[in-house]
Design a protein around this ligand. Structure first.
Ligand SMILES: [Zn+2]
Length: 193
């Protein structure tokens, strides 16, 4: 599970990573499309990814995993299982992440924030603030994939299992368009090798 090639292979075989020429919902073009849920729909893969993250964060001694819903819930649950600690989630209400459903943190709780994909780090930062506001101590953050291209900075240790830079382009400045490659919408099942 640890090697980059093994992980990339898993993502490709699950259809979670498509490579080609895509028009994203934002209207931007990209050479890659990532949908972690397609890996995580297989419980054995979710469990293995959770164990892989857990191995690397164990020394932070988390006592609870906190994930932003929905994307972080499945992997957060698996990291919590592998660490033998609680896994809870924050969810958005009126645009703002918060702890609901009676989830609480204590002052001695060591919180690990877990997400599926880190793009700008915005929701992780917001989840860190939720944990602090609830009285917990945040000891680290982790994600399966970091697609930021290396631009992330947090005030706690951060790790990802897989870094994939997936640049996006304005349609008028897209090098793939310039090469005359046909553009497809992700999910239209036209993946190129
Ligand atoms: Zn293009």
């Amino acid at each position: 599970m640890a090697s980059r090639d093994t992980l990339l292979d898993l993502f490709r075989k699950s259809g979670a990573l498509l490579e080609g020429h895509f028009r994203l919902t934002s209207g931007l073009h990209s050479s890659g499309y990532l949908q972690c849920a397609l890996v995580l729909q297989h419980p054995q893969h979710a469990e293995a990814l959770g164990r892989a993250i857990a191995e690397r964060v164990r020394e932070l001694r988390p006592t609870v995993v906190l994930s932003p819903a929905l994307g972080g819930v499945v992997i957060g649950q698996e990291v919590g299982r592998a660490l033998g600690v609680r896994a809870m989630f924050a969810e958005r209400q009126d645009g703002k992440l918060s702890l609901r459903r009676g989830f609480t943190l204590e002052a001695n709780d060591r919180v690990l924030v877990v997400e599926d994909v880190m793009t700008t780090g915005g929701s992780t930062r917001e989840t860190i603030e939720v944990a602090k506001a609830a009285g917990g101590q945040v000891v680290g953050a982790a994600s399966i994939v970091n697609r930021s291209g290396g631009a992330l900075a947090f005030d706690v240790p951060y790790l990802s299992l897989l870094e994939i830079a997936l640049p996006t382009y304005e349609p008028g400045a897209c090098p793939l368009c310039a090469e005359g490659r046909p553009v497809v919408k992700p999910g239209s099942r036209v993946a190129t090798a």
